[in-house]
Design a protein around this ligand. Structure first.
Ligand SMILES: Cc1cc2nc3c(=O)[nH]c(=O)nc-3n(C[C@H](O)[C@H](O)[C@H](O)COP(=O)(O)O)c2cc1C
Length: 378
């Protein structure tokens, strides 16, 4: 019985080849940061308030003028096409059915225009990696034309984290078959049959003909996650010139960086350690959230991801002051198990758990959830 995200994680492990599961699960170095994310969330207590009328519980919020039915969205993840063909559109439609946003990775396996067309009218955010300024500019302009509502610049990948599972599996992109990988694939015939017609997924956003993005050196840079490390705070003005909508930074953990973001006119922050995939010494996202919120002092919406596995975790982040959260791996587990319906099932489980948490805490709305936490702390 698939009752929670952990059940979906285990079920995903049964349907995916080992190297794909390891790519999703992968954490940097020894996985300390990954575990801290989960442990620090688990350690948080929320004290219920009783005898409050919770006949109706409203989970809706408003972000950048757009209503979200639930206070969470799907985080950007690259190479979703390894899980299923058309994965980015499957996730986007699952999010749309739940009335929540989907963030598309630069490293997606479908063109951003096609993902947008798959879920018209829904809230979609575009995540940006800057490997090459001209290419990044083209992606931003295409995202604006296609109707993406916010731009998320990921700032915690100056270089890829050290993911030893991928190294041990011999997994790299472009896919180079080895005996070990071939055995892994052969052991998962259903996955193999599904993937066979399309072959190994490519970075579709970067293969536009005529764009600089299609050039061999830019492709190679993305494959190696070789970012433009000369990108600094002052360069945000360049992005601002290209992008008129909300601009968010993803991967901010230091309160001083939160202050710098405000000085440089950023519209929102996503406190994140990339799900423990980058710097293994980073604090948990939930611990960093509290410090960043104190530095920001209400001047910006502050989102959080990394380690959310239960609706109760969402309640904790919101109670501490997050505007909303994002989930990465849990949506991918659902996708692996049953495509768009599986991803939606995971989102609905998180939603039901959140409603139950809010009811138990005596919070009829997200605003009251925040109030309840303050009262508990006081
Ligand atoms: C398989 C995988 C691929 C990811 N790819 C990207 C990416 O392309 N861009 C990005 O900004 N973050 C990427 N992330 C990080 C997620 O956006 C998010 O920060 C993280 O998954 C949140 O942690 P969680 O998985 O514990 O929910 C990726 C995460 C995973 C698990």
């Amino acid at each position: 019985m698939l009752l929670n995200t952990e059940d979906f994680r285990q079920a995903a492990g049964r349907v995916l080849p080992r190297f794909v599961l390891d790519y999703i699960e992968g954490a940097a170095d020894d996985g300390h940061c990954l575990r801290r994310n989960l442990d620090d969330l688990a350690a948080i207590e929320l004290v219920p308030r009783v005898l409050r009328d919770t006949t109706t519980v409203d989970t809706a919020i408003e972000v950048f003028g757009r209503k979200w039915a639930l206070p969470f969205g799907i985080a950007p993840t690259g190479l979703n096409g390894l899980i299923r063909p058309g994965a980015d559109a499957l996730l986007a439609t699952a999010a749309a059915r739940c009335g929540i946003p989907f963030a598309l990775s630069t490293a997606s396996n479908m063109r951003l225009e096609d993902v947008r067309a798959a879920a018209p009218g829904s809230a979609q955010w575009m995540q940006l990696y800057v490997m090459h300024r001209e290419m990044a500019g083209q992606i931003v302009e295409r995202a604006a034309r296609a109707g993406y509502e916010a731009l998320v610049l990921t700032v915690d990948v100056p270089v890829s984290g050290n993911r030893e599972l991928d190294l041990r599996n011999g997994f790299r992109v472009p896919f180079k078959p080895t005996a070990k990988l071939a055995l892994d694939v052969l052991g998962h015939p259903r996955w193999s049959l599904r993937m066979a017609p399309g072959g190994s997924p490519d970075f579709a956003n970067l293969t536009a003909s005529g764009d600089i993005a299609g050039s061999a050196d830019v492709q190679a840079a993305l494959l190696a996650r070789a970012m433009d490390r000369s990108l600094v705070w002052d360069n945000l003005a360049w992005l601002r010139g290209l992008w008129k909508g909300p601009l968010l930074l993803k991967g901010v953990l230091h309160p001083d960086d939160a202050r710098l973001a405000i000085e440089h006119g950023v519209d929102g922050l996503i406190v994140s350690n990339h799900g423990g995939r980058q710097n293994d010494a980073s604090p948990s996202a939930i611990a960093a959230l509290t410090r960043v919120l104190a530095a920001v002092d209400g001047r910006l919406p502050v989102f959080m991801d990394s380690g959310i596995r239960r609706g109760g975790d969402i309640a904790k982040a919101l109670a501490l002051g997050a505007t909303a959260v994002f989930v990465g791996r849990p949506a991918l587990y659902g996708l692996a198990v049953d495509g768009s319906a599986g991803a939606e099932a995971v989102l609905r489980i998180l939603a039901a758990e959140l409603v139950r948490s809010m009811t138990l805490l005596g919070a009829r709305s997200v605003a009251e959830l925040r109030g309840a936490a303050a009262a508990a702390a006081g």
